[in-house]
Design a protein around this ligand. Structure first.
Ligand SMILES: NC(=O)c1ccc[n+]([C@@H]2O[C@H](COP(=O)([O-])OP(=O)(O)OC[C@H]3O[C@@H](n4cnc5c(N)ncnc54)[C@H](O)[C@@H]3O)[C@@H](O)[C@H]2O)c1
Length: 249
């Protein structure tokens, strides 16, 4: 068996106080990486760091808002000061403000696009000088199967589709620097939040999933681990659907 090791590597995971981000930070830590645990809710970031410490890892909590260029710059500076390097950026922070078009406010549009798309641009741009110095720089963007369109999610679908375009373009721009840029599109993942979905909505999503079940947080974390590791050194500009075969909503 080929072990996945990230010994010596340093990662930033944005939104890592949340469900998927926390799982991703845990798996990266278990593979040997040190992790800057970003979440604008700093207490959640600290809780994640406590979980990392419990498995012998080293996390650094960062409470920056990833939609704010100055706070993103501070986060990268903290990474450099604490660890002297950066190898992996996981743009995971995201969120929704669902409404049908006629009810969607401009504020809903802007907030969702800023968080799910602009933040990834800001983080990639700020992290680039350090990532270029890495022997195996990685940018991993967390999209959603909603990038293919979903009723009530014009803002979210557009932002996640934009993230796919950003992935493809940065992959081209950075290929000769040895950096890979990939994207993961989760389907329905079992989290405390999805457990709160109305049952008919959850049932419909499960029916749309050929494997007829929700995914686990680890299904996403393991895909991140693959893209973060040397196993995927020749893989770039890809969108991996981690969705039980679901190809659209
Ligand atoms: N959970 C799912 O089923 C699912 C499915 C498809 C895609 N995704 C995507 O996966 C990613 C993680 O989703 P999740 O379910 O873990 O969400 P979550 O809400 O549990 O976690 C998101 C975290 O991001 C943080 N955050 C929000 N705005 C921020 C900001 N401006 N700066 C820094 N941190 C900020 C929040 O405080 C929260 O802790 C998102 O990009 C989401 O779109 C999730």
């Amino acid at each position: 068996m080929v072990p996945i090791t990230l010994d010596g590597r340093v990662a930033i995971v944005t939104g890592a106080g949340g469900d998927l981000g926390r799982g991703i930070a845990q798996r990266l830590t278990q593979a040997g990486a040190r992790v800057i645990v970003n979440d604008c809710l700093i207490d959640r970031a600290r809780e994640t760091c406590d979980l990392l410490a419990a498995v012998g890892g080293q996390g650094l909590a960062d409470g920056g808002d990833v939609t704010d260029a100055a706070q993103v710059a501070d986060m990268v500076t903290r990474a450099r000061e604490a660890f002297g390097r950066l190898d992996i950026l996981v743009n995971n922070a995201g969120g929704i403000r669902d409404a049908l078009l006629e009810n969607m406010s401009e504020a809903d549009w802007d907030a969702v696009c800023d968080l799910n798309l602009k933040a990834a641009f800001l983080c990639a741009r700020a992290a680039l000088p350090l990532l270029r110095e890495s022997p195996a720089g990685r940018i991993i963007n967390i999209a959603s199967m909603a990038y293919r369109g979903n009723v009530g999610q014009a803002n979210y679908a557009a932002a996640k589709a934009g993230l796919v375009g950003l992935t493809s373009t940065l992959g081209l721009e950075l290929a000769r620097s040895g950096l890979t840029v990939n994207c993961i599109a989760p389907g329905l993942i079992a989290t405390p939040k999805s457990a709160r979905l109305p049952e008919p909505v959850r049932d419909r999503l499960v029916r749309l999933t050929p494997m007829r079940r929700m995914g686990a947080i680890d299904d996403i974390a393991h895909a991140v681990l693959f893209f973060a590791s040397d196993l995927s050194g020749y893989v770039t500009r890809q969108v991996m659907h981690v969705s039980g075969g679901m190809e659209g909503l």
